[in-house]
Ligand binder design. Structure first.
Ligand SMILES: Cc1cc2nc3c(=O)[nH]c(=O)nc-3n(C[C@H](O)[C@H](O)[C@H](O)COP(=O)(O)OP(=O)(O)OC[C@H]3O[C@@H](n4cnc5c(N)ncnc54)[C@H](O)[C@@H]3O)c2cc1C
Length: 300
């Protein structure tokens, strides 16, 4: 049973989220006994409709048992469209996939992360999108693959077209691709205090995130927002500074591998999901932590 993977590229390079999807595809294919087949667009900048047509054509040609997307911004747009075209369901934003006795089961967070749902697939292809930064990326430099062109009848010119991709000013890495994130919340009291968070982030080599409260207050841009109505992130380390841990914030970061919370309120809900909790005044604790990490960096 083959596993088909949609491969996202940007400026001619395979995106890290697709390497993760390929890694998981390899694992599933090994368990189910079949090849991994990737589908990617050869046209320079096709729109959503063209992508949908191409993936549908590939799925009809290959008849895969499993079809994988990354739950990236693009995958979130494409996967439901392809599911509708193929007349199958979709398990979106999966955080685990199991194969037992040739059957696939996916786990995905629901109710803003309050519960986990296990999904089985009565029809093929089993269509899944995978949450970024959860699955191990494929790491076989120099591996080879056969390339087969697939002619696709493209739909009429799209009503919307991607003109260019712009990197957010000052952002080293997109939050969803960051290994370490330091996020600040309303506990910082004002935008003039955000350098406290930025300095810790710099010492750790991290990207800066934010709660919605500070984004709504205009202290940080929306692309920094983590949570239900912001970005879903799963870094190796997530440091929450002055963030209470409202369910809508947890929805975007509770699948992080290690969570450190710094909050002066010992009953703040963020401590329920934290691996390490630091009860204290962030204005004292965070600069001290930054100074210690800088010392470690100097000695490294
Ligand atoms: C439909 C909907 C969608 C939403 N989507 C999102 C979302 O995507 N992301 C998101 O984050 N929120 C979202 N929210 C908002 C969410 O409910 C919370 O209001 C928000 O997360 C609170 O942000 P905060 O933790 O920064 O602020 P607060 O809840 O005000 O928490 C501030 C924390 O800072 C601590 N603190 C204060 N001073 C200090 C100090 N000196 N030292 C240490 N700690 C201190 C306090 O103890 C407190 O815990 C959404 C809400 C709704 C209704």
């Amino acid at each position: 049973m083959s596993v088909l993977v949609f491969i996202e590229q940007r400026e001619g390079r395979v995106r890290p989220v697709s390497r993760e999807a390929l890694g998981e595809a390899t694992r599933i294919a090994a368990a189910l006994g079949g090849p991994v087949i990737g589908v990617c667009a050869a046209a320079a900048d096709p729109g959503l409709a063209a992508h949908t047509a191409a993936i549908e054509a590939a799925a009809r040609a290959v008849q895969p048992g499993v079809l994988l997307f990354a739950a990236s911004a693009m995958g979130k747009d494409l996967a439901p469209r392809v599911a509708a075209r193929l007349g199958v369901g979709l398990a979106s934003d999966c955080t685990a996939v199991e194969t037992v006795g040739g059957a696939l089961t996916a786990t995905r967070p629901v109710y803003a992360g309050k519960a986990r749902q296990q999904v089985r697939f009565p029809r093929t292809p089993a269509l899944l999108s995978l949450r970024p930064k959860i699955f191990a990326a494929t790491s076989k430099p120099g591996a080879s693959a056969t390339v087969e062109p697939l002619e696709v009848a493209l739909p009429p010119a799209p009503r919307a077209r991607v003109v260019r991709h712009a990197v957010a000013p000052g952002a080293k890495l997109d939050l969803t691709e960051s290994e370490i994130i330091v996020s600040g919340g309303r506990g910082l009291k004002g935008p003039e205090n955000f350098p406290i968070v930025e300095e810790l982030a710099e010492a750790l080599g991290a990207t800066v995130g934010a709660s919605r409260a500070v984004v709504d207050a205009g202290w940080r841009p929306h692309h920094d927002q983590v949570g239900q109505t912001g970005k879903t992130v799963s870094p190796k380390l997530y440091v929450a500074v002055g963030i209470s841990g409202a369910i809508q914030h947890l929805a975007g970061m509770s699948s992080s591998r290690c969570i450190v919370a710094i909050n002066k309120d010992p009953d703040a809900p963020i401590f329920k999901v934290a691996d390490y909790g630091l009860v204290g005044d962030l204005f004292e604790v965070v600069p001290a932590l930054t100074a210690e990490i800088r010392k470690l960096n100097v000695h490294a």
